[in-house]
Design a binder for this molecule. Sequence first.
Ligand code: LRH
Ligand code: MN
Ligand code: MN
Length: 388
Amino acid sequence: MPAPDLSAVTAALTSQRIETPSWAYGNSGTRFKVFAQPGVPRTPEEKLDDAARVHEHTGVAPVVALHIPWDRVPDYAALAAHARDVGVRVGTINANVFQDDDYKLGSVTHPEPAVRRKALDHLLECVDIMDATGSRDLKLWFADGTNYPGQDDLRSRQDRLAEALSAVYARLGPEQRMLLEYKLFEPAFYATDVPDWGTAYAHCLKLGPRAQVVVDTGHHAPGTNIEFIVATLLREGRLGGFDFNSRFYADDDLMAGAADPFQLFRLMYEVVRGGGFGPQTAFMLDQCHNIEPKIPAIIRSVMNVQEATAKALLVDPAALAAAQTSGDVLGANAVLMDAYNTDVRPLLATVREGLGIDPDPMAAYARSGWAERITAERADGQQAGWGA
Ligand code: LRH
Ligand code: MN
Ligand code: MN
C-alpha cells in the first residue's frame, strides 16, 4: 500500500469529535433487569463530571448529549456552565415522548389532538433548552407506531407527524438543526411511523436543509448495508449524524465497534469518501452498559470509533480509484482491506501524545482513582439512570 499522508491523517484524528450520551453514564438495563453499579451519577451534573473523565483520557469527547426529561434541571444555562467548568459542553438535546402513559397509542401521531399537543409542547420545550445550553442539534426519535394491522390509519399518522415536525422546524433558530432518527421496530411491532431512512429523508426534504437524518447503527434489519445508506444520505446532503452502538440481534446498544468493527470501518470510509468527516456530522454514541463498568465502556467505544476512523483515513484514494476504473476487483478490495488490516493503535498513541494525554486511555483511567472516588462519594442517594 502506498504511504498515506500521515500528517493529514494525524491532523484529522486530532480534530475528531465524538459526543457521548448522558444516559450511558447512568444505570441502564434490559426489560428484565437493571443491575445497579456503585458510583453511577445521581444527577445530570454528575453525569457531566463522568463525561469529563472520558474527554480527559481520550481528548476527543468534549461534547455530551442530554436526554429530556432524564436530565431535567431547573436551570439549563447553569447546567451548561457546569459542563464548561468541568471541561466539556452540552451537545445534542434528545427529546423523549416515549415514556408517558398518554403516549400508549403514539405521541405526535396519536389519534387524539390533545395528546399530540402535549408531545409537541415537549419538543418545543426542548428547543427552549437548546437556546439555554447553546446546543446546535435537536434529536427526535419517536416510538410511535402500531401493533396490529388496521389499528390506525398509516397515512393519517404520517400527516400528523409532518404537522408536528414542521411546527418544530419553524421554531428552530437559524443555527439549529433537527436530526430525525429512524428505527425499524420496537416498541411498535407492526408498523413504526419512522421506520427507515427513506421515511426520515422524505420528511426532512419537505422541511428544509436544517432537517437531517440520524443513522443509529442498531436500528436496521439484520444484513442491511448501512454504509450504502450513509453514502446516499451524504450524496443528498442529509446525513446529520450517527448514534453509534453495536448489535448482534436487534437494538442491542452494546459498545460501538464491539460486534462488528469492520462495519464501523465501512461506515467511516463512506463518511470520509463522501466529505462527511467534519463538524457538520454529529458522531454520537448511543449505548447502554448493562453489565460492564460505564466510564471504561464509553472510553473503549470512543477508542473503537477512533480506530475505525483512522483505518478509513488510511485508505489510499488514488490506488482505489485506479483499481476500480481498471475493473481490478481483487485489487480494489485489497486497497480497502489493507487499510482495514493496518494496526492503527501506534498512530493513535502518537495522536494522544500530541494532545498531551496518556497513549493508553483505559490504563490512565484505571490509574486515575476516579472509579474509587465516585464509589465512595456517591454511596448514598438515588442513582440516575435510563428513565430517571
Ligand atoms: C431509541 C434510541 C433513541 C433514544 C435512545 C435512548 O432506540 O436509539 O436514540 O433516544 O434510544
Ligand atoms: Mn439512538
Ligand atoms: Mn436505539
